[in-house]
Design a protein around this ligand. Structure first.
Ligand code: LMR
Length: 334
């Protein structure tokens, strides 16, 4: 063998060794809910799939339960690049300057997951994710959670029952308008602070899908849970755009494939996770579950549907209309 080819061979060996020895690309994925929730499980699944599909070149570390950042901090951290991936609820994009996501908070906008998916898996959802690019953020997917219940220490059956109740909300002006339309007093608060605020009486009640209520033990400090399904809560999975664009193309492609699978998984488990959580709240015996009569439901809807029109200036009448068209909702005529 010629000395030249021995040298080339040695160099190749060195490259391979260096490639194996190189540290994996680190992705920090921060979120605020428990690991045992639709979002928590999907984040963990994404981490597994990312490792598999990149053959260990990417290591995703998931930080659940606000252990790395709380609600407001996490958005700033993503833009600064101190965390690479988040899945904030769609109600939390106002502070980033993309208030259109608050459209998902409109009460009674979706009757069920099938209607919601017409938006999140269609052109309207895609156009919304595209709006994030200006903020240095890339929207990768929508992950479901579910339909919300209302909880408090008094039974919330009639609209008048909300009068004077201090209700914790996420930082969405639509949710603010929703609580005001019911006669309640909304208080924006980070998710990580809700349990204590309920326990100490800083707020009287709140809303969330059952999976969040149960895993944060909110039902232990709320006497009543009304099965109202008055609105939806779900997520956009987002990454720091400069980080994502800077990934080696083959790694990015593998991560995109991991995200597609993790998204299917998230959206498959969400409904069951919420049903299971509700069943656990029931068997715990700590809160009483309230089912509304058709008349009570109709009264809630009548009080709340006007929020759609009130929010047109903030969210955009055209966007609201395009969702009505996608879902076939007759909300505009109500
Ligand atoms: C909340 O703050 O109530 C929710 O957004 C938490 C979450 O991420 O599901």
């Amino acid at each position: 063998m010629k000395p030249g080819s021995i040298l080339t061979g040695l160099l190749c060996l060195l490259c391979v060794t260096a490639a194996f020895a190189a540290d994996p690309i680190a992705i920090k994925f921060s979120h605020v809910v428990a690991a045992d929730t639709p979002k928590g499980k999907a984040a963990d699944r994404f981490a597994e799939l990312a490792r598999e599909k990149t053959k260990g070149r990417v290591e995703v570390t998931v930080y659940p339960n606000s252990t790395l950042f709380k609600d407001k901090e996490e958005m700033e951290a993503l833009q600064l690049g101190s965390v690479q991936m988040l899945a904030p609820s769609l109600a939390k994009f106002g502070p980033l300057g993309v208030k259109e996501f608050e459209v998902f908070d409109l009460p009674y906008l979706f009757d069920d997951y099938a209607q919601l998916h017409k938006v999140t898996q269609g052109p309207v959802g895609k156009a919304l994710l595209d709006k994030l690019a200006d903020k240095g953020v890339l929207g990768l997917a929508y992950w479901d959670n579910g339909f919300k219940v209302m909880s408090a220490n008094k039974p919330l059956r009639e609209v008048k029952d909300f009068r004077g109740q201090k209700m914790r909300i996420q930082s969405s002006k639509v949710l603010d308008a929703q609580m005001r339309a019911l006669g309640a007093s909304p208080q924006v608060m980070a998710f990580s602070e809700v349990y204590q605020a309920l326990q100490t009486g800083v707020v009287d009640g709140t809303e969330n899908p059952p999976s969040n209520l149960y895993t944060q033990k909110m039902h232990e400090v709320q006497k009543y849970v009304t099965l109202s399904d008055h609105g939806y809560l779900g997520y956009a999975v987002i990454v720091n755009k400069a980080f994502w664009d800077g990934l080696p193309p083959d790694v990015r492609t593998a991560l995109e494939a991991a995200m597609v699978e993790a998204t299917d998984y998230a959206n498959e488990i969400a409904r069951q996770e919420n049903e299971d959580a509700l069943a656990k709240v029931k068997t715990s015996g700590k809160s009483e579950l309230i089912t509304l009569t058709p008349e009570q439901k109709a009264a809630w809807k009548k009080a709340l549907i006007k929020v759609h029109r009130q929010m047109e200036d903030r969210i955009g009448k055209g966007l609201i209309q395009s969702i009505y068209e996608a879902t076939g909702c007759d909300c505009g005529k109500l």
